[in-house]
Write a protein that binds this ligand. Structure first.
Ligand code: KG4
Ligand code: ZN
Length: 363
């Protein structure tokens, strides 16, 4: 099976060609155009602005994905120009597209493109849940954490089940348990999720308080490296709530009041001010990371997990990867390679190939 996959649920226009069957998944191309610079101006995503940018980018992104996968004059644009309809289309079995969850105006752009191509080319259309995509990324190539060897097969990765999956992104923070997986059947259960802000959103909002531009997660993390993580005792929200849920909005408020009440902040410049910014960044990052790590490791122990999978844009956070790896002890930690952690279409194609679906109760 060979699928063209399309993803436009937020601010990345993405297309990929993925092939596979129950024996494995292989990425033939993975093209992502980020709108981050566009949304930096408004310090966040304005859905209609994002949708317009998707409309402009999507023909080129799909075209690049097809060209990288199949090469030659087989591209969508060449076809539209009447230069010949052939190989690329003939080599595709279906078109997979993210249909939920996400921003309605942006999802519609990907769905419309997918529906139009499926109808024009006579292909099956496969709707994919974005979070099933983040989970399916665990079947794509991985990155190494803490110097540990990944169990990398030719195209197929062994998973130790049951596995706990932590999805951390700008839009979501969820803990899942994957008990069984025999494509196309899986036993997947949502253990807990954030009750308010996602972890990436917390990084972004705190980064904004510190004057960093959107999306500020990576910049906050870089600033934190120069600061003292124990300088401020910020709250670890819901650390002892007795369930697997998270809450990050109170942390952002605590950081705001800490800043507002300080003398250095009122001055607004100079060495003392810079020192404080770094310490706030390090302490806030520590509060987010510790909450995620403690709750994930606890769930892994309780559920007898044989493996933990960390995925989503916030998996780029080095401190999170290292601390989670250490907290899990001998339990393997699997992290997809960075291009498959941040929003991308290869993970959507992988979910379609594997037939990975979320249980109806979790949607
Ligand atoms: O998965 P993703 O690309 O998009 C969504 O589905 O939201 O995740 C983006 C999020 C943003 O909130 C961004 O600030 C955060 O991932 N992020 C980071 C780091 N790199 C990206 N957060 C913390 N540390 C990082 N190094
Ligand atoms: Zn995402």
């Amino acid at each position: 099976m060979r699928f063209l996959a399309i993803e436009t649920s937020c601010d990345e226009t993405a297309a990929a060609v993925v092939e596979g069957d129950t024996a494995g998944v292989r990425v033939l191309s993975n093209v992502v155009v980020s709108q981050a610079a566009l949304h930096a101006r408004t310090a966040g995503v304005v859905p209609e602005v994002a949708a317009r940018a998707h409309v402009e980018a999507i023909p080129f992104v799909i075209d690049d994905a097809l060209q990288q996968a199949f090469g030659g004059p087989t591209s969508l644009l060449a076809e539209l120009r009447g230069a010949g309809r052939q190989a690329a289309v003939g080599r595709l079995d279906a078109i997979a597209v993210t249909t939920e969850p996400g921003l309605r105006p942006t999802l519609v752009v990907g769905e419309s493109a997918a529906r139009a191509l499926a109808s024009a080319w006579g292909k099956r259309l496969i709707p994919v849940n974005h979070l099933a995509g983040h989970i399916a990324a665990a079947w794509l190539p991985r990155q190494e954490v803490g110097g540990r060897e990944s169990e990398v097969g030719e195209t197929w990765f062994v998973h130790h089940l049951p596995a706990i999956v932590l999805i951390v992104s700008g839009g979501h923070t969820q803990l899942w348990k994957l008990s069984d997986f025999r494509p196309p059947n899986s036993d997947l259960r949502l253990l807990g999720q954030t009750r308010d802000d996602a972890s990436g959103e917390a990084f972004d909002k705190i980064a904004r308080l510190l004057g960093l531009s959107y999306p500020g997660g990576a910049a906050l993390s870089a600033l934190a490296e120069q600061g003292e993580a124990s300088a401020f005792d910020f709250p670890r929200p819901m650390l002892h709530s007795g369930d697997d849920d998270f809450s990050f909005s109170g942390l952002k408020t605590a950081v705001y009041y800490q800043l507002r009440g300080s003398r250095q902040w009122a001055v607004g410049s100079g060495p003392a001010y810079e020192l404080m910014r770094r310490d706030v960044a390090a302490s806030a990052q520590e509060a987010i990371v510790e909450t995620l790590v403690v709750k994930t490791a606890r769930a892994a122990r309780r559920e007898g997990a044989a493996e933990v999978i960390l995925t989503g844009g916030v998996a780029a956070n080095e401190r999170l990867r290292q601390k989670l790896c250490a907290a899990l002890g001998t339990r393997p930690l699997v992290v997809p390679a960075q291009p498959y952690c941040t929003d991308n279409a290869a993970m959507i194609g992988a979910a379609a190939v594997l037939g990975l679906r979320l249980p109806a109760s979790a949607k």
